[in-house]
Design a protein around this ligand. Structure first.
Ligand code: NAD
Length: 249
């Protein structure tokens, strides 16, 4: 059977856990060489070992532009170009309106919006014409969620980037799509509450999904591989919801 991403070079930011790690495993299984980033060397090394020979880890923080320059210098030296950029690193925590601090806003927007923007912009000189950019947004891009407005607004910004950037990149035939997971069982989702409340959070979120369960990282990874591959060659600017129907009702 031919593999969807045979010979492709991909970058996945935030590839050490959760959706990013599962996607790196899927991309590698589909034949890609995958660069992953994360902020901690130990987690990065463990992820590279879990993905296998086709993975290379580069320690970096997406919110730091110097780190991004280092990432692309490293990719240029080791691979020479990129076919796929999956700007996936992101995080959030909960604060109700009334308690939102400048620090909360700056931290979330600097990772989810600024970091994602410069991840893609700085990738452009290395990207092949006809390549694929995938941006991790969220069902929160179109939904209201109590105590989660700053994160949700950051993901709405990401969703618009896909619409606008496909126009900026049309001459190069680079496709840009947003991928919006519903609740997915990852360390990031569990980390929204103290460890003793994690099972309760997961059980509550499952009741909000018509399919009655959380998503698994591998299910998001398969959708990412579709957007990364030529199977989606006429798919551009969409928001692909992988949410068990949660935001569709
Ligand atoms: P996760 O916390 O398990 O993984 C996030 C990854 O991003 C990790 O590898 C982490 O190290 C990395 N990361 C965070 N900040 C970074 C930074 N400044 N620089 C570099 N790497 C950084 O979470 P996840 O649930 O797999 O989240 C992946 C993406 O999916 C995020 O953008 C998140 O907002 C989005 N998302 C998740 C869910 C969900 O339910 N899990 C739902 C919708 C959207």
């Amino acid at each position: 059977m031919t593999r969807k991403l045979e010979g492709k070079i991909a970058l996945i930011t935030g590839g050490t856990t959760g959706i990013g790690l599962a996607s790196a495993q899927e991309f590698a299984a589909q034949g890609a060489k995958v660069f992953i980033t994360g902020r901690r060397q130990a987690e990065l090394d463990a992820a590279v070992a879990a993905i296998g020979d086709n993975a290379i880890g580069i320690r970096s923080d997406v919110s730091k532009l110097d780190d991004l320059d280092r990432v692309y210098a490293d990719i240029a030296a080791k691979a020479g170009h990129l076919d796929i950029v999956f700007a996936n690193a992101g995080s959030g925590d909960m604060q109700p309106l009334g308690s939102i601090t400048e620090e909360h806003f700056d931290r979330i927007f600097s990772i989810n919006v600024k970091g994602l923007l410069f991840t893609v912009q700085k990738a452009l000189p290395l990207m092949k014409d006809g390549g694929s950019v995938i941006l991790t947004s969220s069902t929160t891009s179109i939904q209201g969620t109590e105590n989660f407005s700053v994160y949700s607004a950051s993901k709405a910004a990401v969703r618009n980037f896909a619409r606008s950037w496909l126009l900026d990149l049309k001459a190069r035939r680079i496709r840009v799509n947003a991928l919006s997971p519903g609740p997915v069982r990852t360390p990031g989702l569990g980390g929204l509450v103290p460890a003793e409340h994690q099972d309760g959070l997961f059980a509550h979120l499952a009741t909000l999904v018509p399919m009655g369960r959380l998503g698994e990282p591998g299910e998001i990874a398969k959708a990412a591989a579709f957007l990364a591959s030529d199977d989606s060659s006429f798919v551009n600017g969409i928001e692909l919801f992988v949410d068990g129907g949660a935001a569709q009702i």
